[in-house]
Write a protein of this length. Structure first.
Length: 215
């Protein structure tokens, strides 16, 4: 089969692009999840203006399409004297998007912990901060890994948008091969299979981890 020979020839280049996709995903997770937790905490802060500003930030970046954020950062920032690399642009744009979406997961996890546990902790002499950091937050964080991992899978998939500004991830490598061989169908099918294998396997791992946590 000719296409199998082609796939074997193209695979090293796609795997190189896959490495970039995975690196992007890790960088986005390292920034986006802490940002999401911070936004969740700010959205339930006792100060009203802080809550309003954090919720406005969340809604803004949940409402703007990710590709628009990428283009805004990459093509718009230079107009005001801010120039960042294409790789950094993808990390920043994805992190803002992930932070906005994951904040709702963190907030739900925090609110899921009953007020009675906070009151019990304070009655034992803990300050409100110690009650939150030692009682509420650990329980909240145990409830959110599954949804966060699902977001991480979607981040991996959406790194393909980096193709739009020339980052050499897997979709970009696929189009580079297609532009020289004019066999776009075969190379995109191969890239799609790689994406599917990683995402399906990751989803199975997440599902099993959630099942173990429930039991």
């Amino acid at each position: 089969m000719t296409f199998l020979n082609d796939w074997a020839h193209w695979l090293p280049s796609l795997l190189q692009g896959l490495g970039t996709s995975l690196l992007l995903t890790l960088c986005v997770a390292a920034i986006g999840f802490p940002l999401g937790l911070a936004l969740a905490l700010l959205s339930i802060a006792p100060v009203r203006i802080v809550r309003i500003l954090s919720i406005a930030f969340i809604e803004l970046f949940r409402g703007i399409p990710l590709l628009v954020v990428i283009f805004f950062a990459y093509f718009g920032f230079p107009d005001i004297g801010i120039v960042i690399s294409a790789f950094a642009t993808i990390v920043v744009a994805h992190s803002l998007n992930l932070g906005a979406y994951s904040s709702e997961v963190f907030r739900a996890g925090i609110l899921h912990v009953g007020a009675g546990q906070r009151e019990a902790a304070t009655s034992l002499g803990l300050t409100q901060w110690h009650a939150f950091s030692r009682v509420v937050l650990p329980q909240a964080l145990r409830a959110v890994p599954g949804p966060l991992m699902s977001f991480l899978i979607m981040v991996f998939q959406s790194t393909s948008l980096a193709f739009a500004i020339g980052v050499g991830e897997m979709t970009s490598k696929s189009f580079s091969i297609g532009s020289t061989t004019f066999d776009y169908l075969s190379v995109l099918v191969l890239a799609g299979i790689i994406y599917a294998v990683i995402c399906i396997a990751s989803a199975r791992v997440v599902a099993r981890a959630e099942a173990k946590m429930r039991t």
